[in-house]
Design a protein around this ligand. Structure first.
Ligand code: ATP
Ligand code: MG
Length: 362
């Protein structure tokens, strides 16, 4: 993917423009991390870019970014710009295209996000920030007093990078994360959730959780339960413990899973019946949160006598025939009864055995 991106850089350069891979990709490459997301910056404007590539999508001309689909990959390409004025502590309301890479790098959020890769595939460090990368420090480009205030999303991006990359946050930057945390109120819940998702999904989430608590951000983010959370691998397992189903955006299925998981978590242990009723996925999240063996749970699931009602060898239509009665509401209670007994290994899932049991009990 990098090779193809270099081809894009060469096409733009041959046409008299400057172009570099910038941001996350060079940062991660310098850290030895593989990524599949390549951002390109260039002195060519979106209109000019349209002239050099066949498959270009222009999502928002106003913000000077285009997406180039090139040889099977997708690249975000952004024109060098200066951001003039910020609105609502989030988006610049005015941008100005510029021809100078260094100035473009100066408007970026953190020093480690300003590394570039040039058309020869070399990493270049125009702002001289290598030490931050080596020392694992997250620091705003320029004074955090202004850089955090002008775009409050940077607060969460900062914590996200500190978490995922396991970096420390420079103390002055840290100070302003808390100082301007009230501005997080203005951000869309969607954007906040995207960042929190990434923090909560990181294997290093413990660090992110400590930062969110330590920097006093939980209140403004409506995640006060965070101090009581038991970290788990599953993102729904994390959100479920925060009780913010109606505050943050979730799909219907996610909301259902959170409700069921909360129901399940109220039980002290998982038996065959709960495993059958709630299914392996939710029970695995339960096991993760309660610190139980997932392997044991898997074995228990594989050994369940039935996995769904369809597996019961006596069907709802068999029951009236067995009892020689007209169909009615009683069928469901008999099915529920034998289902439980089969799961508890009190009855074998065998037609004759079930028939005898039904005849003797009903
Ligand atoms: P990742 O792709 O791993 O999430 P990234 O650093 O590439 O991390 P993107 O959101 O893809 O992040 O942004 C690409 C680059 O654009 C960043 O590296 C940074 O230089 C710049 N950038 C992104 N968001 C902001 C922002 N809110 N303020 C300033 N610069 C930003
Ligand atoms: Mg990126």
């Amino acid at each position: 993917m990098e090779e193809k991106a270099i081809e894009i850089l060469n096409i733009l350069t041959e046409n008299g423009y400057e172009a570099y891979i910038v941001g996350g990709y060079p940062r991660d490459k310098a850290l030895g991390i593989k990524t599949n997301d390549i951002d390109i910056c260039t002195s060519a404007t979106p209109k000019e870019i349209l002239g050099f590539f066949d498959n270009v999508k222009v999502p928002d001309m106003q913000y000077g970014s285009v997406v180039i689909f090139y040889k099977g990959y997708k690249y975000d390409v952004t024109t060098f710009r200066k951001e003039i004025k910020y609105e609502d502590n989030r988006r610049p309301i005015k941008i100005k295209y510029i021809k100078n890479l260094k100035k473009d790098l100066l408007r970026r959020d953190f020093t480690i996000n300003t590394l570039c890769i040039n058309k020869d595939g070399e990493i270049i460090d125009v702002l001289g920030i290598k030490d931050d990368l080596v020392n694992k420090i997250l620091r705003t480009v320029g004074n955090p007093k202004y850089r955090i205030k002008e775009d409050a999303l940077r607060i969460l991006r900062c914590i996200r990078f500190a978490t995922i990359l396991d970096f420390d946050i420079d103390s002055k930057t840290k100070h302003y994360l808390t100082k301007y945390s009230y501005l997080l109120k203005k951000l869309s819940m969607n954007r906040k959730k995207e960042e929190l998702d990434k923090i909560f999904m990181s294997p290093n989430k413990g660090k992110g959780i400590n930062l969110l608590i330590g920097l006093n951000l939980t209140n403004v983010l409506d995640i006060n339960n965070l101090s009581r959370i038991v970290p788990c691998m599953d993102i729904i397992g994390m959100w479920c413990q925060l009780d913010v189903d109606d505050i943050y955006p979730f799909t219907k299925v996610e909301k259902e899973h959170m409700c069921l998981l909360r129901e399940l978590l109220a039980y002290d242990e998982i038996d065959n019946y709960l495993l059958y009723k709630y299914g392996l996925y939710l029970c695995t999240v339960y096991a993760d949160i309660k610190g139980l063996s997932k392997r044991k749970l898997n074995t228990m699931y594989q050994n369940l006598a039935i996995k769904s009602k369809k597996d019961i060898v006596v069907s709802s239509s068999d029951i009236p025939k067995i009892l020689n009665k007209k169909p009615g509401g009683y069928i469901k209670s008999i099915i529920d009864d034998i289902e439980k007994k089969i799961l508890n290994n009190e009855l074998e899932n065998d037609y004759d055995i079930l028939k005898t049991y039904i005849l003797n009990s009903y």
